[in-house]
Design a protein around this ligand. Structure first.
Ligand code: G6P
Length: 614
């Protein structure tokens, strides 16, 4: 959601801003804009030129000759994902107060903007947009006398909600100010100038030297200097980190889409996540600072997440309850945070999030902590808010994930859950040494098995083309396969816009079966031997009502072909790890259906990669 970039230094700012915004396109947006000190013709008096456009960034590139037509070496840029006010030029950012004395870009939501706006209007302030951000611009204009940090500090005492702000003050050319609360923002430094951005890929071409700024920290940047202040204007010292991955990791590298590239990166991502946690054939999670006693004392697990990460929690419930024999509760973060949850003593709370910035997941983490519970986070983005606020962090090493529909991050989250389950099973005496060794060995073989599935992608592509014009597609499964069906269905609807639902197959007869018509595609996922026959019966039921049935199962389960019109096999694995394999053909199916429909696979309509507002 909304992307921010800022640059001040020795180079022309506009091309850097536009290029940075392009790298943030994955976050989702419907309009974009930049503001640069200097303006079109170099005037004596510094002025800020603001250029905005509705729609794709391409428009902004065209309007500015890829930034070359805008002169000036300091500026801020923004991609907007509409929350307050429709997507339009006037509502897009930068927003500013009169005479552009204060120019602002914002990611987040100002919750009390309505009451602040009414007060400002009563005082004679004129608003042009419907945005909450314009309130910030007017308030800063009001508070600004001589000291920008003082104005920002006053603002922070008056606004409620979440924000990452990039700010220019008209009489301070060459300076960028920034502040964040519950919305992501990083600072980067280089010999050629300094940066702010919502995420690392935006500035990675120029620097790897970044600082993940904390909540309520104000930053002042010039081309040469970066200073940090707390809300009371006291100067702070901040650590910078070196980003390890390189620009190629965030480029398409010859693939048509990031999604396909990321599907192909899954073997490596799983290897990178599992290998460092295996020592001498055993799971080693010492980085989590949890003793055997800590793990053994857990009586209940509460898992919380959104989207695909929630489906990982659903998989984890079946896997962990089966192996570790303790109850696992699973909640959507948006529900958990408001349902006044009751957490018993010795409940381990686990929040799963790729971005580490999802507003509901972050709020759920805070809710659990406020109830006195320790929270473990399974997170992909290093230094993100959830990673920082959790008591312990289990990093997935998927690398940057750009496509809105998650694939490799999902797979590494599953791997993290398996490692945790094995460690807990050992600590509770339910997994013996041999079983642990066998499970670990199988985990290390999953990447190679995924590679084998990828080799057969043409079969899936052929099938996808046959069904790319479907109106509805249903998924059914039982147990772990139900959790995988949920993920398969979400992938499909996210990027192909085909209506799709996943059902626990046993529920079919309680209503859903009435939706089955001639030719409708039903995908049955069946990897669990104890449930295989039951799922086959459900497939017979839908087939006899006219459905076209696709079976997804493991090699060896050839009786699937007696029922299914078409079957996709995945290599055999331990049944508790099956979700890691069946998800791959489901991801490919979604990808090729969307491709067949000519859709924007990496940036599906209305969706954002990182949902930083409620
Ligand atoms: C968005 C993304 C999904 C993701 C969900 C949760 O909806 O499009 O792919 O699963 O957010 O995001 P998180 O970063 O918390 O895993």
């Amino acid at each position: 959601m909304c992307g921010i970039v800022g640059y001040t230094g020795g180079s022309q700012a506009a091309p850097i801003l536009l290029e940075g915004l392009e790298k943030l396109e994955y976050r989702g947006y419907d309009s974009a804009g930049i503001a640069v000190f200097g303006g079109k013709e170099k005037k004596k008096e510094p002025s800020i030129e603001v250029i905005k456009a509705k729609g794709r960034l391409k428009v902004l590139f065209e309007m500015t000759d890829s930034g070359k037509a805008v002169h000036g070496t300091c500026g801020i840029g923004h991609t907007r994902w509409a929350t307050h006010g429709e997507p339009s030029v006037v509502n897009s950012h930068p927003q500013y107060a009169k005479d552009k004395r204060v120019v602002v870009v914002h990611n987040g939501i100002i919750e009390n903007y309505q009451e602040l706006k009414e007060r400002l209007v009563r005082d004679g302030c004129e608003f042009v947009s419907d945005t909450d951000t314009e309130v910030v611009a007017h308030l800063l204009d009001r508070y600004y006398e001589k000291d920008p940090v003082d104005a920002i500090s006053k603002l922070m005492y008056h606004v409620r909600g979440s924000y990452a702000l990039g700010i220019l003050f008209g009489d301070r050319p060459g300076e960028i100010y920034a502040v964040r609360k519950d919305s992501p923002l990083i600072v980067g430094r280089s010999a050629g100038g300094n940066f702010i951005a919502s995420d690392v890929p935006a500035i990675l071409r120029y620097t790897r030297d970044v600082c993940f700024i904390e909540n309520q920290v104000i930053v002042r940047l010039t081309g040469k200097d970066i200073q940090f202040f707390d809300v009371d204007k006291a100067e702070l010292k901040k650590e910078f980190t070196q980003i390890q991955w390189d620009t190629e990791a965030a480029e398409k590298g010859g693939f048509k889409h990031f999604m396909l590239k990321e599907i192909y990166e899954q073997p490596k991502a799983i290897r990178d996540t599992v290998s460092p946690r295996v020592k001498d054939g055993k799971v080693n999670l010492e980085e989590l600072h949890l003793t055997q006693e800590d793990l053994a004392s857990v009586r209940r697990i509460q898992m919380v997440a959104c989207g695909s990460a929630y489906h990982v929690c659903m998989t984890a419930r079946y896997m962990v309850e089966g192996l570790v024999r303790i109850p696992v509760d699973v909640d959507l973060a948006s529900e958990f945070r408001y349902r006044r949850p009751i957490l018993e003593e010795n409940t381990l709370v686990i929040v799963i999030s790729q971005s580490g910035e999802t507003a509901d997941s972050l709020a759920a983490l805070r809710e659990a902590k406020s109830l006195g519970h320790k929270v473990m986070a399974i997170v992909n983005v290093v230094g993100s808010s959830i990673a920082r606020e959790a008591d312990s962090v289990f990093y997935t090493w998927a690398g940057p994930e750009i496509s809105v529909a998650t694939t490799k991050a999902y797979s590494t989250q599953l791997a993290a859950v398996y490692l945790l389950a094995i460690a807990m099973g050992r600590a509770r005496g339910l997994v013996d040494e041999q079983t642990e060794a066998d499970m670990v060995a199988e985990l290390l073989r999953l990447p190679e098995k995924i590679e084998r599935i990828l080799e057969e992608k043409e079969r899936i592509q052929w099938f996808a083309n046959k069904f790319s014009h479907s109106r509805d597609i249903f998924f059914i499964g039982r147990g772990l396969d139900y959790a995988s069906s949920l993920e398969g269905s979400l992938k499909l609807k996210e990027i192909s816009y085909i209506h799709s639902e996943a059902y626990a197959a046993g529920e079919l007869k309680h209503g859903t079966i009435s939706l089955i018509e001639d030719g409708i595609l039903v995908i049955g996922v069946a990897t669990q031997s104890s449930l295989f026959e039951k799922l086959i019966s459900n497939m017979v039921e839908v087939k006899s009502r006219g459905a076209y049935v696709l079976g997804v199962t493991s090699y060896g389960n050839y009786s699937m072909e007696d029922v299914a019109n078409y079957t996709i096999y995945v290599p055999k694995t331990m049944e508790c790890f099956a979700a890691s394999l069946v998800v791959v053909p489901l991801q490919l199916l979604a990808y090729y259906v969307a491709l067949g429909k000519g859709l924007d696979v990496d940036k599906p309509r209305n969706l954002a990669k990182s949902v930083t507002v409620e």
